[in-house]
Design a binder for this molecule. Structure first.
Ligand code: ADP
Length: 264
């Protein structure tokens, strides 16, 4: 009887294994279909969006005649929202490339100081032109003059990561400061970029999901509806491809955040 039992158990296991294998295959196919869908949908969305953004910007510049301040305000909102959508679609495209393993990296010598400094200046201009943030928020850049911050990296991809981090710190800091700084880790010679803000901070509950797909703080969604929760996931994949590290620290909600990127 025990032999029969054992044979039956083995048959059941074999059957289960076949089913599991089939389910796995099906999941893989679905996953690929999802990536294809993301990529096609994103490409199709891009063209009309470029038109919306382009025309909004031309109206703002006065190419279609003078417009009232009220109209200007409305068109500016169209422009800003389409700009956000462009970034989100970019994230979707990146994710489908990452998941299909077709993300391309062009490695070349990159001066991280020059990149971080010019991005800080660009964002400084954005803050200064913003009604609600110009007075309340100060952004600064700091790096040792004598150090060399050259790494081998894909310039556009690293630019995207740093830009995303600074953009986040502005988004999630109603007032106070943002400090972008560069240093060298003496033991390894690695370059360490730190972006520190005095903003809303990160709860211990949110922290573990931060760099996951669609990882957003729960309390956020209603206040900061425009985020997708994809930026940090893409950033992590990009930094991984550079054999670097990216992480975040915060002393808790309301106590600001610190984001770090380490590049070899
Ligand atoms: P998004 O900002 O589009 O929601 P991200 O992937 O860039 O997506 O960020 C994920 C989440 O991490 C955000 O929704 C927010 O909860 C949190 N976060 C990111 N940067 C900061 C920051 N500087 N301060 C506080 N929270 C942040």
């Amino acid at each position: 009887r025990s032999v029969i039992k054992e044979v039956r158990a083995r048959e059941e296991i074999e059957e289960l294994a076949t089913k599991l294998e089939f389910a796995n295959l099906r999941l893989k196919q679905l996953d690929e279909a999802k990536s294809d869908f993301l990529s096609i949908a994103s490409h199709q969305l891009r063209t009309p969006l470029t038109a919306i953004k382009g025309y909004a910007s031309m109206i703002l510049e006065g190419s279609y005649g003078k417009i009232s301040e009220t109209t200007k305000g409305a068109v500016d909102k169209i422009f800003q929202s389409s700009q956000r959508l462009v970034l989100i679609i970019g994230d979707f495209l990146d994710i489908s490339h990452i998941e299909q393993g077709t993300m391309q990296y062009d490695f070349a010598p990159l001066d991280v100081r020059e990149l971080a400094k010019s991005l800080t200046d660009e964002f400084k201009a954005t803050i200064e032109s913003s009604k609600e943030k110009s007075k309340a928020l100060k952004i600064s850049f700091e790096a040792d003059e004598k150090e060399n911050f050259s790494v081998s990296a894909d310039r556009n991809k690293i630019r995207q990561v740093v830009s995303n981090l600074i953009d986040n710190s502005i988004k999630y800091t109603p007032g106070g400061f943002i400090k972008v700084s560069l240093s060298k880790i003496s033991e390894t010679g690695n370059v360490l970029l730190k972006i520190e803000d005095s903003g809303i901070g990160i709860s211990a509950e949110t922290m573990p999901n931060l760099f996951k797909k669609f990882g957003r703080a729960k309390s956020l969604s209603s206040i900061y509806a425009s985020g997708s929760g994809l930026g940090l996931y893409v950033a992590k994949e990009i930094i991984k491809a550079h054999k670097g590290k990216i992480w975040a620290e915060s002393d808790g909600e309301g106590k600001g955040s610190r984001f770090f990127v380490e590049l070899p």
